[in-house]
Design a protein around this ligand. Structure first.
Ligand SMILES: [Zn+2]
Length: 120
């Protein structure tokens, strides 16, 4: 049943949170909910070097990007420079609450960037 709702061969503003590469094999699952005319979606995509990543769009840009074992699968643990990571907070997550209450395009890639990506 879920299969029919998955969009394949689509594009996502999500990039690899480790190397900032555009993701391959992108899948978007329609979660069936709607807030202010915006569908709720799960986005998944694969980096050839760092594996699968996933995030949720619930009418707002995503707060975190998660490494997963497979599209729409469980979260996996990543170890980078000896540190365990289970998620990557986006710059949207870092914005003050007042800014997060403003109406924005949830698919604007500038909000999907991960804190410190690209050597920060
Ligand atoms: Zn990568």
């Amino acid at each position: 049943m879920g299969i029919a709702r998955d969009k394949i061969g689509v594009r996502t503003p999500m990039r690899c949170p480790i190397c900032d590469r555009q993701l391959d094999n992108v899948l978007i699952r329609d979660l069936g909910g709607v807030t202010a005319d915006l569908d709720w979606q799960l986005h998944a995509g694969e980096c050839p070097d760092h594996g699968w990543f996933q995030t949720e769009v619930i009418s707002r840009p995503p707060r975190e990007i998660f490494p997963v074992t497979r599209p729409f699968g469980p979260t996996r643990r990543l170890v980078i420079d000896g540190k365990e990571l289970f998620s990557f907070p986006t710059v949207w997550n870092d914005l003050p609450q007042e800014a997060q209450r403003q109406k924005v395009d949830p698919f604007d890639p500038k909000y999907w960037r991960v804190r410190g990506v690209g050597g920060g």
